[in-house]
Design a protein around this ligand. Sequence first.
Ligand SMILES: [Zn+2]
Ligand SMILES: [Zn+2]
Ligand SMILES: [Zn+2]
Length: 283
Amino acid sequence: MKLTYIGTAAAEAIPGLFCECSFCEKARKLKGREYRRRSGAVINDDLMIDFSPDAYTGTLSLGIRLNELKYVIFTHSHADHFSLKELEYRRTPVFCVLPEDREKLKVFGNRNIEDGLKKYYGVYLPDQGFEFTFVPPYVPFQIGQYTVTPLSAHHCPPEDAYIYLIESNGTTLLYANDSGMLTEPTFEYLKGRKLDIVSLDCTLGHSLHETGHMGFKANLKVKKILEENGCIKDDTVFVSHHFSHNGLRADEPGEIDWTYDNFMEMAKPHGFIMSYDGLVIEK
Ligand SMILES: [Zn+2]
Ligand SMILES: [Zn+2]
Ligand SMILES: [Zn+2]
């Protein structure tokens, strides 16, 4: 399984669209890994997790082509993950030219994703180059080589936001954003399953809060519980992901700005790495 991070920031990106905070100014100077697009990832070349407003520029700059994309799974309907208008450009023949026998893009998500698509596309929904399927939480479904299971996350109730367990050819990925501390039913579902890659929401960075989003302390808590529950192997890769300038910035005495280098140095002893735009993990 080849997991490529297309974007790794929260909604306003880093540097923030209109922000002049000290961290965003630092990011503008350092560039490179301090620049973060809105979050999303692609597995191999055919399964995309979320379609962010930066999906176009992100895939273009990383050399990822979307003509072979077969599936998109959405975590939730916040605009930084669900750029629903972009899906329109999958329509043939006007917006893209593809072989006639190319199957429609298959799109999956919760009821809010379904409602959003119905509202935007209206009666033209069946004419699009994609087709939507509602998927309930905790029920695995098969798409090509992938077994995908949506798990409920505590992020934006009453919406049932999902994180995803994705299994393919003996490799298992837990892709978890946006989420607060993982829910009891989710920990219960994961019990005893061996995870190869664990990608966790770290929007809140330095903060100890764990409602709606997580900070690094909450990431450590998740790791500990997964270890106790028998989910971890010797070579499991833990990734902190989905960052906000507000979480990375040193606001309190004793904190330092969590630039890429600083975060990696801090996180390494805990067995975590920091996602960045273009990070590839192969397992
Ligand atoms: Zn987000
Ligand atoms: Zn900022
Ligand atoms: Zn969100």
